[in-house]
Each structure stands twice: as C-alpha cells, then as structure tokens.
Design a protein. Structure first.
Length: 224
C-alpha cells in the first residue's frame, strides 16, 4: 500500500507538518554546499546546486498541496485546522526563500571575495543553527499534544522558541558585519557585484527570519 498523508493525520495532526519540515531541511542544508562553490567561483557547480534546491522546493510544494488536500475538516481534529494551515504556510516560506537564494546566484557568474569567506561562514552557520532550532521545536509538537500543551514539555518548547529568537538576532548582527566587510572592499568590486551580494545576504538572512516566524506561530497557538 502506498504512502498516504491521510494516514499520517490518523496518527497525529502534526506528523504531516513534521514530514514537510524534514523535506525543507534537505533544501536548507544545500546552502553551505552552494557557498563553498561560490567561494571557488565555480558557476557550473553552483548552477547545478541551484537546480537541486529548486527540485527539493518543488517537492516541498507538492507535499504542502497533498497535506492541504487531505487535511480533515472533522470537528474531532485535536488541533484547529487553521492552525495547521498557518504553520504549514510559514514553514513553506523557508523553502521558498531558499529557492530564491538559489535563483539569485544563477543570474550571473559570481565569486565570493576571499575577504568575505570567514564572515560568510559565520553567517551561514548561525542561519543554519536558527533553522535547526525551529526544526527541533516542530519535532516536539507530538509531545506537546500528548501533554495537552502544558507542563514541562511546554516550558521546554517555550525556551526553545525563545532560543530561535536569540539566534535570529545573532544572525542579524552577523549579516550586518558581513555587509560592513563587503563595503570595506567596495573599491575592488563592480557596483552590480555589491548589489548582488547584498541581495544574497538578505535572502540568506530571511531563512533565519522565517524560522523565527514559524516559532512565533507555534508560540501563539500553544499559549491559547
């Protein structure tokens, strides 16, 4: 018998959300690979990376649509349908953002200046840590349901969500530092290069921003 999204809902309303997040993680975890190829200035390699990201994002979209189409309307669903759809859309935005980053890097040949290698690595690492933290929150949703969104588990999840916000703030700081390092070498770059790198930095930063947004969505419904 084939895989059924509806069967997942019979086990837990959060399992489909978690399945979506696992696929999004595949997408997000391509970012460091792309950055390594950007350091090398290997357009062919990071163009191939971008195709992989685009394919993964498409799989996320297909999964999102399947979940929406099979989301029960029954009054017996233990979590409001609108809540699940909101989390679903918020998570999907992370994959969309990752694909936007992939599209940006293919618009023209790019090579990350050597002076930016270290600050870029630091920035990407904190972006991934922010995503990892919200990923762990989503994987805890079943435990929250089992405890009726209260007790020690809820307290731990609140702390984890708070940590997402802290990491996102750190990502903002490192993004600003990265931009400052870029402007230190602006005389050696073309204006369009500066423009493109800033766009790329912003799109990567949005992965952290959107991760925080998912956390805020989850905080909102468990606090009701």
């Amino acid at each position: 018998m084939g895989f059924s999204i509806f069967d997942l809902f019979k086990k837990s309303p959060f399992e489909p959300i978690q399945e979506q997040m696992k696929k999004i993680k595949e997408c997000v975890y391509k970012i460091p690979i792309v950055v390594e190829h950007l350091k090398e200035g290997d357009f062919q390699k990071y163009e191939e990376d971008a195709k992989v990201i685009s394919h993964l994002e498409h799989e996320v979209d297909l999964l999102k649509n399947r979940i929406r189409d099979n989301l029960p309307r029954s009054i017996f669903l233990p979590v409001p349908r609108d809540t699940l759809l909101t989390i679903l859309s918020s998570q999907d935005a992370i994959a969309d953002c990752t694909e936007d980053f992939a599209v940006l890097i293919t618009l023209r040949p790019m090579k990350l200046p050597e002076e930016l290698h270290k600050p870029m690595d630091d920035f990407v690492n904190i972006v991934l840590k922010t995503f990892d933290q919200i990923y762990e929150v989503v994987m805890k949703l079943d435990e929250l349901l089992e405890t009726s969104f209260g007790g020690v588990v809820a307290k731990n999840v609140y702390e984890m969500i708070n940590r997402v916000g802290e990491l996102e703030h750190e990502a903002d700081i490192l993004q600003a530092n990265l931009a400052k390092e870029l402007f230190k070498i602006e005389d050696s770059l073309k204006p369009m290069d500066i423009f493109m790198w800033l766009k790329i930095f912003n799109k990567l930063g949005d992965v952290a921003n959107l991760s925080e947004k998912v956390g805020n969505r989850i905080r909102l419904f468990i606090s009701k």
